[in-house]
Write a new protein. Structure first.
Length: 142
């Protein structure tokens, strides 16, 4: 093989590696923050703020999520594939809930006069590997 072909292949592989590294770093720098909480029509709706600080877009395979208390999963969520654009954007996650499980938790909260601490796990399915984040959802603070 000629030296010019070897140099060309080396440059192409180097550029591809650089692009993959940049996309991996981008997927780690994007932040998700819950900014709103609502219960409507049997769904828990969580408004999320997405901040992409890099001047680049990222294709996602989707997001999986669940809302749970200390001992019970109340709801799950799965999104379709989408693209994250640069800057700040907002979107709403709609979790269909199991009325029996949620009713039991809220009745227990009323009896003991406490606000149930909800947690949400998001699994961001990027091109390379899934990234998991956990958020505490305190309805009184959101």
């Amino acid at each position: 093989m000629k030296t010019s072909y070897k140099i060309g292949i080396g440059l192409i592989l180097g550029y591809a590696g650089y692009k993959i590294y940049n996309l991996l770093q981008l997927s780690k720098r994007i932040t998700y923050v819950p900014v709103g909480f609502n219960y409507a029509n049997g769904n828990i709706e969580i408004k999320m703020q997405l901040n992409n600080p890099v001047n680049q877009t990222l294709k996602m395979k989707g997001i999986d999520g669940k809302i749970y208390t200390a001992d019970k999963i109340l709801s799950t969520f799965t999104s379709d594939p989408f693209e994250i654009k640069k800057g700040i954007s907002y979107f709403t996650l709609k979790f269909k809930i199991d009325i029996a499980k949620v009713s039991a938790e809220f009745i227990q909260a009323l009896i003991f006069k406490t606000i149930p601490l909800l947690k949400m796990d998001l699994i961001k399915k990027t091109i390379f590997a899934p990234i998991k984040e956990t958020f505490e959802l305190n309805p009184a603070k959101l």
